[in-house]
Design a protein around this ligand. Structure first.
Ligand code: ZN
Ligand code: ZN
Length: 72
């Protein structure tokens, strides 16, 4: 079973080629909390917004001038 594909954390577009890479199962002795080590973003600009830790994902998207690309 493939777990490929997820939504961009910043602009919400579907990222077909995204494949999560997990550090481990998220044991108490690890800070990864079982989350992928490569958060899903669709582009370099969304990656920059993601690594700017100030504010919510939506705040960052707006601050970086990235449109909401969700198809809903
Ligand atoms: Zn994006
Ligand atoms: Zn880990």
């Amino acid at each position: 079973m493939s777990e490929q594909g997820d939504y961009c954390l910043i602009c919400s577009v579907w990222v077909e080629q995204y494949v999560p890479i997990y550090c481990c199962g998220g044991g108490f002795d690890c800070g990864c909390m079982g989350q992928p080590t490569n958060p899903c973003v669709c582009s370099e600009e969304c990656g920059e917004a993601l690594f700017d830790i100030n504010g919510s994902y939506e705040d960052r998207r707006i601050r970086y001038g990235i449109p909401d690309r969700s198809e809903r």
